[in-house]
Design a binder for this molecule. Structure first.
Ligand SMILES: C[S@@+](CC[C@H](N)C(=O)[O-])C[C@H]1O[C@@H](n2cnc3c(N)ncnc32)[C@H](O)[C@@H]1O
Length: 307
């Protein structure tokens, strides 16, 4: 039987819209700010006229990567502003407020395509049969998933190698009025942390991981998805609670297909029972009824937990 590959789509929400795509760029609105950023997947023609694009507030102009290891070709460059803008602005998702900033490598501190995962985790909190379900969020960045999960009742362990990202996530926590939410903030190498948790016999009802293609731990440990993913997933599988549990993996800017990611997760986790789902995360475009593929995912749910 052939495995089923599915597309998980976010249509955007009040504070986020993918307005248009094309000519290897995307036009988005984050709250009140419109951005134009490189988008190598968008080979097609834009749907909106040029003046809709020209009217954006900020543009990320890519420049060649010059052979730096690990980064996407279009990550390097700099922001150009059409008018004077505050360096930070607020974007709401459900009950969470994310502070967006014009950071290096074209990002603003929020990956909207992940929203279907975040909302699924939120909706699953009450189905895990635990008074205080535990979520491990690896490569957790500015904390959107951690905050939405904590607001839904999870005790969250948030792990990221970057002190700056953790500080930003804590600012998002304060901006969201979730100061008292049970989140453990851990600045560590994800591989080392997970191995330590296995030795300690820790267990989680959910594990969420969104590893980059290439990254560095706080002590300069090297993360390469091709080498690190199998051992990481097999350790994560050992951390999953007996009974209702889930694991969600996202990957982007890699050569693997969704099917290869699925087979990797199946082999690494060698989990008896449960179900695997795999496919792409996509964002629905407001103009022109298109979908932009952003990343790949695999989701494992234990027997008895609806995928
Ligand atoms: C693209 S972000 C993940 C986005 C996040 N899941 C979200 O949706 O907001 C990748 C993160 O991995 C972190 N990272 C890179 N290498 C790491 C490592 N070896 N251990 C832990 N975190 C790492 C980076 O600091 C960065 O915050």
């Amino acid at each position: 039987m052939s495995p089923e590959i599915s597309i998980l789509v976010t249509p955007g929400w009040k504070d986020y819209a993918l307005l248009d795509t094309g000519n290897a760029r995307k036009l988005e609105r984050f709250g009140s700010i419109k951005l134009v950023r490189p988008e190598p997947q968008a080979l097609w023609r834009p749907s909106l006229p040029a003046d809709a694009w020209d009217g954006a507030d900020a543009f990320f102009d890519a420049k060649p990567n010059e052979g730096r290891a690990g980064e996407d070709d279009d990550s390097w460059g700099r922001w150009r502003f059409a008018r004077q803008l505050a360096p930070e602005w607020r974007v709401r998702i459900e009950d969470v407020t994310m502070l967006c900033r014009f950071s290096a490598f074209r990002h603003v501190g929020l990956f909207p395509e992940q929203a279907p995962h975040w909302l699924w985790i939120r909706d699953t909190a009450s189905r895990l049969g635990a008074e205080k379900p535990r979520l491990l969020n690896l490569f957790a960045y500015t904390g959107a998933a951690s905050l939405l999960a904590a607001a839904a009742g999870f005790e969250v362990t948030h792990v990221d190698a970057s002190k700056k990202a953790i500080a930003w996530a804590k600012e998002n926590q304060a901006a969201s009025g979730l100061g008292a939410a049970p989140i453990r903030w851990i600045c560590d190498d994800a591989t080392k942390f997970v191995a330590r948790e296995v030795r300690r016999g820790s267990r989680y009802h959910g594990v969420l991981l969104d590893p980059p293609k290439f990254g560095r731990g706080p002590a300069n440990e090297t993360w390469r998805i091709e080498d690190g993913l199998m051992p990481m997933l097999s350790d994560c599988a050992r951390l999953l609670a007996d009974g209702p549990a889930f694991l969600m993996l996202t990957a982007y800017a890699i050569r693997l297909s969704a099917l290869s990611l699925l087979e990797t997760a199946r082999d690494a986790m060698s989990t008896p029972g449960g179900q695997f789902q795999a496919g792409e995360l996509a964002v629905e475009q407001a103009a022109g009824a298109r979908h932009l593929s952003t990343s790949l995912f695999v989701r494992w749910t234990s027997a008895g937990l609806q995928p």
